[in-house]
Design a protein around this ligand. Sequence first.
Ligand SMILES: [Zn+2]
Length: 246
Amino acid sequence: MTILGAEQLLNVWEQGLNQPLLQRALMLLAAAFPERSAGAFATMSIGERDFLLLQLRERLFGQHLSNTAVCPQCDERIEWQSRIADFVIETNSGEAKAAGFELQAEGYQLRFRLPNSLDVAAVANAGGAENTAQQLLLRCVLEVKRGGVSRANQPLPEGVMQALTERIESLDPQADIRINLTCPGCGHSWCALFDIASFLWAEINGWAERTLQMVYRLAAAYGWSEREILNLSPVRRQLYLGMVAR
Ligand SMILES: [Zn+2]
């Protein structure tokens, strides 16, 4: 992973503004991990991708994060704190990278792969919230046999689909980041999903707006160019800003 400077991060942010969230996440990874081919991020499993996004988040903004959630019981907005390390699941990363896996369920033999960003994008673009999870699964099925006979393009029983879902979850646990929350208002406890891609993008968005405001104020006060200001360390920018306010 490379250290993204302020100017570089602003460039990625600007390019990502008119892109869907998925594309933004892939652009961030391509900038942060230049040692890998840019196309690799789209085809890695969701868990593998999110693992890298967690690493990038820690590098950019540190371990600690605070977020909000709405209690499904009483609608109260609660704030919760966590650490990036709490979300990282140690897995056998070699497993997630394998090209195909096998599953036996209800007399069916399936060969499948793990869902990746391209699958998620394809299902999202297909529109219609109906059966999104099912469509995603079917994209990942490479081969279906029953009693040794190929059963391509035929619907799979619900039990087989369920077994496939569970197997994919166990092979790629990092794809599903969950946090247990308890509402201080009504005591209701629930398990909330945490989406690192949207969380990190929202943080970068806020950072970019604050940074551009700082550039404006420093440029107005000292006549420096945007690049000169962005090349200063955050500490120096803050100190110079403090002198302006005096
Ligand atoms: Zn509540």
